[in-house]
Design a protein around this ligand. Structure first.
Ligand code: DC
Length: 222
């Protein structure tokens, strides 16, 4: 059986995960947060005290179990949701995600998940590398100011200590590393739809994507 997939790529803080979750819920699809998988790898690598700069020290991934149940990512049976959203993970994740063996292993796992279920998957290379045949590809972005503002407000709402200037600088730094890495950088797929969400609210964005997807499914049936 062929499963359906929506691929949502874009830089940090563009609203990808919120929109992807809303769409997955509405469609009854599985939501896959691939950023969480790179974060989980970073978290485990730090716990194992490997040299994060050495791409050859990530073979632990071959025996690591990553599983999504609902929106929660379990690594070797442990719910690591909160542990991967810390400053120290934020600081190191782009480095970890730049290693070829790490990317190859996680892409393999992401493709396996999408071969067994209908998915809405968000990340940086979903439309270009992970699911080049996705039914719908979206490239979602917003200005750095707007993305930093959203992260800041999200932190405040979640009672997480927050400094707008620091978030702004961190987003700029990660954008640069994610877009300039040599292997599978953040890049818009040629057939992806570009959505600047700076002046759009999330409900509108989600509705627009939902309608586009339903049209594709309908047209494919006819
Ligand atoms: O979406 P996020 O901020 O949780 O992603 C964390 C980091 O992982 C981000 O700096 C880029 C990297 N990433 C990636 O390289 N490829 C993906 N498909 C998803 C995330």
């Amino acid at each position: 059986m062929n499963y359906h997939a929506i691929a949502i790529d874009g830089p940090a803080g563009a609203g990808k995960s919120t929109v992807a979750k809303m769409l997955a819920k509405r469609l009854g699809y599985v939501y896959i947060d691939t950023g969480a998988m790179y974060r989980a790898t970073t978290y485990k690598a730090m716990r194992l005290k490997i040299n994060l700069e050495n791409a050859e020290e990530y073979s632990f991934l071959e025996t690591t179990e990553m599983k999504f149940i609902e929106d929660v990512l379990y690594v070797d049976g442990e719910d690591i949701t909160k542990k991967i959203r810390t400053n120290v993970v934020n600081q190191n994740v782009s480095l970890v995600a730049s290693h070829i063996p790490v990317r190859n292993e996680l892409v393999r796992l992401q493709q396996k998940i999408a071969s067994e279920a209908n998915v809405v998957m968000d990340g940086r290379d979903i439309g270009t590398v992970v699911l080049p045949k996705a039914d719908l590809k979206i490239f979602m972005t917003a200005t750095v100011e707007e993305r930093a503002r959203r992260r800041h407000e999200e932190n405040i709402a979640n009672n997480i200590e927050s400094d707008y200037q620091k978030i702004y600088k961190d987003i700029e730094r990660r954008d640069k590393i994610d877009s300039s890495r040599a292997y599978n950088p953040l890049r818009q797929a040629e057939d992806a739809i570009y959505l600047d969400t700076s002046h759009l609210d999330i409900d509108t964005v989600s509705e627009v994507i939902y309608q586009m997807f339903m049209k594709i499914i309908k047209d494919n049936k006819e």
